[in-house]
Ligand binder design. Sequence first.
Ligand SMILES: Nc1nc2c(ncn2[C@@H]2O[C@H](COP(=O)(O)OP(=O)(O)OP(=O)(O)O)[C@@H](O)[C@H]2O)c(=O)[nH]1
Ligand SMILES: [Mg+2]
Length: 317
Amino acid sequence: MSLFKKFFSKEKKETLDKGLEKTKTTFFSKLSKAIAGKSKVDDLVLDNLEEVLISSDVGVATTLKIIERIEARVLKDSYLGTDELNSILREEIAGLLAEINAGNETDFTTPSDKKPYVIMVVGVNGVGKTTTIGKLASQFKNSGKKVVLGAADTFRAAAIDQLQVWADRVSVPMVRQEMGSDPASVAFDTLKSAVAQNADVVIIDTAGRLHNKINLMNELTKIKRVMEKVVPNAPHEVLLVLDGSTGQNAFEQAKQFTKATEVTALAVTKLDGTAKGGVVIGISDQFKIPVKYIGVGEGIDDLQVFNKIEFVDSFFK
Ligand SMILES: Nc1nc2c(ncn2[C@@H]2O[C@H](COP(=O)(O)OP(=O)(O)OP(=O)(O)O)[C@@H](O)[C@H]2O)c(=O)[nH]1
Ligand SMILES: [Mg+2]
């Protein structure tokens, strides 16, 4: 590994540590209350631990899995001290995530055999789609990729301008039309332009809010269909953005979206400033769709490729 890369890994780690600070402080203070006055991991401690995990937005199903694993260890070892609980939890959570066939990447990359690689970004309003696109564009550009953005959220004029601000900031071209124009037509133009420019990556912003949910899903389907006409198999990635600070709500959105449209990757944003960061563990465990990115701040560099080992390391540091 080059020195340069090491330097950035360290930066990445610091950003992640800082981003997860609130989640960690809250979690470990609850945990210490849960084991106060107890030296042995017994049923009561396990009950309390279950409550701590659930209230930390890890999700019921994933919490039960973790508790079962610890229960099995208690049975096997017959005595487990509460002073070991931290490291046991760490091992069990790491073990659970290790079984998932995702979260192994560390760098921002796109497959070079798909050119342009088309990413369509979806999610309900306010979750951080446009911001995530800006951050992604910056990362891809830094890694030498030619990026084109498409402003297919034509529902609000401000949405187009907001993406334009990011495009200017990152210095990448953006394709836009008037507010109210057909989003599928914007997507079509964007792909045409990307092909003409020999671009490597296209990222398409979409509306999070329409008159109703059915309209929204129909629109997403239409955008997808039109893109395929320009680039076969596009979009290669449908990235669902979830607001991590909404905890269980993020789970619900993931369920609803994945039912209605084909989602291939997840981004969980706003993990900074929330105590609900445990949601990433639950979402990783419960959805077959991989968590690919996490948002840990509003800044341009505050998007990270989700890596489960780094995440657990930072959580239990
Ligand atoms: N703290 C923090 N804020 C974030 C993060 N990601 C996005 N935001 C903020 O969340 C707010 C909404 O982000 P947008 O990118 O506009 O969300 P959107 O999904 O495009 O919203 P609509 O266009 O209304 O559908 C903005 O104020 C962002 O700065 C993050 O990782 N951390
Ligand atoms: Mg937006």
